[in-house]
Design a protein around this ligand. Sequence first.
Ligand SMILES: Cc1ncc(COP(=O)(O)O)c(C=O)c1O
Length: 399
Amino acid sequence: MSSRRKFIKTASLFAGGSISLLNSAFTKGETIDFEKATNDDELFAMVRKQLLIPDKLIYLNTGSLGPSPLEIIDGMHAITRQLESNPVGENWGSLGNQMELVRKKVADFIHADADEIVLTRNTTEGLNLIAQSLQLNKGDEIITTTLEHGGCEVGLDFLVKTKGAILKKIELPLPGNSVMEIVEAIKKEITPKTKLLMLSHVNTITGMLMPFAEIAKITRPNGIYLIADGAQAPGLVNVNVKALGVDAYSASGHKWLMGPKETGFLFIRKEFQELVQPVFTFSGLTAYSASSGTRNVSTIIGLGLALDFHNRIGTDKIQQRTLQLRNYCLAELKKLKGLKIISPESSDLSTGMVSFSLDTVKNSEIFNKMKERDIIVKLLTQHNAIRISCHMFVSKKGY
Ligand SMILES: Cc1ncc(COP(=O)(O)O)c(C=O)c1O
């Protein structure tokens, strides 16, 4: 094919296809003025309009990956263009400075200090940085649960293999019933050899909110490190690392914060920084350092935009809305036969996710039927279960 014909073919593909859709979307991506909303339903409908998810699709899988609003997509696009206009000048100049400010934004968001924040690529990376550099000895005990995500488990397996640590996985009740029950289940596994507790802040299988502050009352006085896998928390529930009493907290920007993909952050408490020294932060915790090497300024600044977006709505409002939606789903699910709710019902353990396991039907069958109806949920293979994530943009009206 001649290069002219090739060009015409490619151009016509672009004209009718998804690229033109994307271009028209870019024109809509200005900052949303939430002040214009006369009530909360209107406000959350404005958020929904900012998503590239087609109107007919009911997206209930933010727990796996959240959709970014147009203002964030466009913001990143603009940053990329600025970067490419003068790569070195921007990367180590204006954009480099903006990237560094994101650490402060993250710190404010989770009630930490900027010099306790490392900008990572995701939760898994943050937890791995801790696991790689934590000084444990042979026979030291680690406590976790049987309901953790692989991104957390891999670092614990590493500690078992390389340090000879002993890993104890607690089986928590499904569903969890009360804070006391959870705390007691953990407390009774702690021995004088226990050195580390690694738990999810919001559980990936059940959406259960782990009562960290209560657990920290046991770990901190006994010199036991408490580390949170926060992948499912920021953007869904309020995160205050000081109140939670954690030594380290690792989270992602691409789930409930609806931020750019491959963004995350790791909080390392000041006093804990002497005990964990990964090479990645050896020359400082700054976004760019000799040990971090060159970063993706567009995505990192995009994480800052995602935080701005959330702050304009407010975590309390989002938490309230997601809980309302989840309670509605829960009530509807309870009317159905053949399934068991595995998420907690008590309000102090609940978040905007609800999961159910199936008695006789295979979960993939239900998953596929939902997909046929344009409803996207998460398949929990090991538990023959399904997880529903109710982020603020979901509506009872069915979008
Ligand atoms: C509790 C938990 N931890 C870790 C991860 C891994 O997250 P990431 O891929 O962003 O590192 C997930 C992802 O679903 C999760 O739910």
